[in-house]
Write a protein that binds this ligand. Structure first.
Ligand code: IMP
Length: 498
């Protein structure tokens, strides 16, 4: 199962998601981090969350690539948007875990843009809540920050070192958003403690990256979010604000996509997920599920679902209070209890997965696969893997090789399905298009497969159950791209390479 078998003689490798994000890129990147010398994040900010098992425990990285856990050279690329406060918290947590980094091993691109409190505020006010016409963003200020970058009033991180240029840009922001009633001095004062911590790491990372490449170092570029969420190629306006395709990812690192030797694309299989609003043709439970998962506030998260569907008696009121107070430490403890309970109630979960009611089936898969946002705790919307949407993503990202992830999560489920065609009454073979209106007018067609067991125990690719192998073959035929590995568990060694 060596990394070399997967990577071959490639020197520059990228990992990008071909769905709506959350396809387990973090784990694949962690697997590759053993191989790489340099690991680089290219786009997005702390809206992403990579879950990695480190020293037996899950760790969520939001801004920093997983390579830092293996003490590799780690870069935050020019295409990123960075909330200094959240980055500092992440760095502190790493330090508390005994992970060492210094100016030689950790760098932040001088061009990455700074997320300010006013970006977060604007995001939460305008774009987060579907009730207020928002699309269900993560509320981290991502869109407003990229917006200010595009209109050239944003703040590159290097400006934190340069009072004159910082002030000039802040003047523009203050002027541009009078309704926010911003105070430049207050913003600078709020940034100050974080500025001190991160400024030593600010670098011209683009030239550094090319020095590493020319010096023969192995490079891993970690994509963020997924193709279907890309501002360029995703289901606009229900997208994030960066280009999550391989081209956007390469650009956000400072190289050409052509220079990348191997692109590995992740696809969740045989179910997929989406967080936030927007079209999702194969969603189990359709509109009911979308509304349930999008309900703002604290009503429909993991605690609610475990209480409601698995009958775990929880003090929901106490949990709500912890959530309102943002008491992360106590909440983590409650979450641990919930996770234990979920593990010991697999039978009930499988029952839900096998339900005749599609909404319940979705809840079952969500619980079986623990599909709750690693950043927001929101329940992820669940559907069967959509090979037609997959084909679209692969067309844009290729040449690439695919890794199917989370296959073990459906161990024990009676049947599973693959969407292999879109029809609309007139045509039986439509391609995926990102337009919401188009997608609401199509009917997905499914092929049914017999469920499987013990995929989590498989030690090599050939050992995978027949029905799963058949579905993978069908998928490969539709997307016209090879699946080279299957991830069959959360640990780094749970990867079966073809
Ligand atoms: P934003 O990136 O916070 O602006 O959110 C825009 C859309 O992208 C929302 O639907 C989010 O739920 C979604 N999104 C952003 N980051 C992620 C991610 O890492 N995984 C899955 N969905 C994401």
């Amino acid at each position: 199962m060596s990394v070399e078998k997967l990577v071959g003689d490639a020197k520059i490798v990228a990992v990008v998601c071909n769905q709506f994000g959350d396809t387990g890129k973090g784990k694949i990147c962690d697997y590759l981090a053993e191989w790489t010398d340099v690991s680089i994040r290219a786009t997005g900010g702390d809206n992403a969350g990579h879950t990695v098992i480190y020293k037996g425990k899950p760790k969520v990285l939001k801004n920093i690539p997983t390579g830092i856990l293996r003490e590799k050279i780690t870069i935050l690329g020019n295409g990123m948007v960075i909330n200094p406060e959240s980055l500092c918290q992440e760095l502190e947590r790493l330090e508390q875990n005994g992970i060492e980094f210094n100016k030689e091993s950790f760098m932040i691109s001088e061009k990455a843009q700074v997320i300010l409190p006013c970006h977060i505020h604007r995001d939460r006010e305008r774009y987060q809540s579907p009730e207020k016409g928002g699309i269900g963003t993560t509320g981290k200020g991502i869109g407003p920050c990229y917006g200010d970058k595009v209109t050239r009033i944003g703040i590159p991180i290097s400006y934190l070192l340069d009072k004159i240029r910082l002030t000039r840009q802040l003047d523009k922001i203050v002027k541009n958003y009078p309704e926010q009633d911003l105070n430049k001095e207050e913003i600078i004062a709020r940034l100050q403690p974080f500025t001190e911590k991160i400024v030593p790491f600010v670098e011209d990372t683009v030239n550094k990256l090319h020095e590493y490449i020319e010096g023969g170092k192995k490079i891993l570029i970690e994509g963020a979010q997924g193709l279907a969420l890309s501002i360029e190629h995703g289901t606009f306006p229900y997208t994030t604000s960066s280009d999550c395709s391989i081209d956007g990812t390469a650009s956000g690192a400072g190289i050409s996509a052509k220079a990348i030797d191997l692109v590995l694309g992740t696809i969740k299989f045989p179910f997929m997920t989406r967080v936030g609003g927007g079209p999702f043709p194969t969603e189990l439970g359709g509109k009911e599920s979308e509304e349930h998962c999008l309900t703002p506030g604290l009503e429909h998260d993991i605690f609610y679902e475990v209480n409601e569907y698995l009958k775990m008696s929880l003090d929901l009121e106490k949990i709500r209070k912890l959530q309102t107070e943002r008491n992360e430490v106590e909440l983590e403890k409650e979450k641990e209890k919930v996770k234990k309970y979920i593990k010991s109630h697999r039978e009930k979960i499988i029952e839900l997965c096998n339900s005749d009611n599609q909404f319940e089936q979705g809840v079952g898969i969500r619980l079986a696969a623990m599909e709750y946002g690693s950043v927001t705790n929101r329940p992820r919307r669940i559907g069967w893997t959509d090979a037609i949407a997959g084909k679209y993503a692969v067309r844009i990202n290729r040449p690439l090789k695919l890794i199917l992830t989370k296959v073990d999560c459906l161990d024990g489920v009676k049947n599973f399905y693959l969407c292999n065609r879109y029809t609309n009454g007139k045509s039986n073979n439509l391609e995926f298009r990102t337009d919401e209106k188009f997608l609401s007018g199509i009917t997905p067609n499914y092929k049914k497969y017999e469920g499987y067991d013990s995929v989590g125990d498989a030690k090599n690719y050939e050992e995978l159950p027949k029905s799963l192998l058949e579905s993978i073959k069908d998928f490969e035929e539709i997307v016209k791209t090879e699946v080279v590995a299957v991830s069959n568990g959360p640990k780094r060694e749970n990867i079966l390479i073809k």
